[in-house]
Design a protein around this ligand. Sequence first.
Ligand code: SF4
Ligand code: SF3
Length: 528
Amino acid sequence: MENFPMFCNQCQEAARGTGCDKMGVCGKTPETANELDGLIARLIRLARGAVTTGEITPETARLVIDGLFVTVTNVNFDPDSVRAWEERVDAAANALDAPALDAGRCGLPVCENEDIQSLRELVLYGLKGMAAYDHHAAALDRINPETDAFMVRTLCACADDTDAGALTALAMKCGEVSVEIMARLDGAHTGRYGKQEATEVTLEVSDKPGILVSGHDLRDIEDLLEQTKGTGVDVYTHGEMLPTHAYPFFKKYDNLVGNYGGAWFDQKKEFASFNGPILMTTNCIKKPSDTYVDRIYTTGVVRFPGLKHIADRQGDGRKDFSAIIEQAKTCAAPTNIETGTVMCGFGHDQILAVADKVVEAVKAGAIKRFVVMAGCDGHHKERQYFTDMAEALPEDAVILTAGCAKFRYNKLNLGDIGGIPRVLDAGQCNDSYSLAVVALKLTEVFGADSVNDLPLSFDIGWYEQKAVTVLLALLHLGVTGIRLGPTLPAFLSPGVAKVLVDTFGIKGIGTVEDDVKAIMSGDAVANA
Ligand code: SF4
Ligand code: SF3
């Protein structure tokens, strides 16, 4: 490792399936990668200081959690901004008189044992995903001091001389706490914006100039919609913002027009043809091309060198989006790139509202299997597997999804079963909790002993660290036999991967033909 300018293995696109060591496949430079590792080391130091002194204040916890979110894939590419975070963390750690950390790979303490290193990385990446979810809940004023303190303690513990058993237990505990955080975020969304409703969203554009909103932050799009009312500027969702349309609160905005484009990795093409300003509220941002670099804005923890940044809101106030709105007025309307509509809005309330119909369809044999195909999208051509799976699953299979993985198949028109769409989209990766609620409810209504006894399989696409968190949450809920693709995480050592395979039956994806056959014959546990 010493011979290479950087090392990062936290996402599915890690170079050669082991780690990026010269330049991030995501575009992260060695300078940024090293600053982000430096930030992790400082956050560990701060966490240690807070745990040792018994002073896990709300301010310390927020700094640790938001600092962790900064290091998630495709959030912050700006070394100057990361250095500013480091200075804030240094100041807080100095105030606690915390000892410096001798950091090695990924900002964690130097460690020679590959299984311990792997487990520490598993816990660290799980914490990063939890931090992302918690950050969104906190933006909607839903904070839980207990889980915040848990995250600080766990960051501290995973860097201590903890043995493999204790680290495995910590990873499982992260799964348990993740369920609480995701439930809190779900409550934050529905509490402020209402329960998602099945909604058909146009993919076509108006003849007015527009602003495209990407990322996951509903409070940001709320502020923007308030400020664009009556200005003649339309607002479109991109990627993970699609479910905005499904909340009753947002239906009152006439200028929330439709959805433009698909998953994050296609943004260069889609942002170019959008013609108007783009607002990146959270991950996933890519290096902008010259065609739109002067009209893309970041906000919150997202940063890219040279891009205009919208400042944080103060207290209960709103962010000031006037600069974006003024620029939009000078831009051409978006170029149409698609026709038709896409369905969204199948959060747990909407699915459970038709629970009777679903149970009836299962009992009558019209629905033979539910397949959870949630998670992330990405560049790898092997991800065609998820499109092919959606097409190859028989007509009596229903796909449950959340996250940007759905863009591989949600516009395919796969039909319905007695009025129940064959793709039920619960929303963002931030809404993954909905899928757990639905699975647990089905367990109850079918009188099954566990989720694994249901006609339900998990075929998950992963990319960044929120997916690691969701995986840990599913393991905590006792789900076994999960398929994970397109590749297993680079940060799993052979020893740790074996434990996950032996204990939980986790497996990589296979061929579409084999996997459809196995899933439809209910292999979830049997093939583990
Ligand atoms: Fe590589 Fe992924 Fe790390 Fe980017 S986030 S440097 S692509 S492993
Ligand atoms: Fe997507 Fe980045 Fe994971 Fe929200 S936006 S799921 S990858």
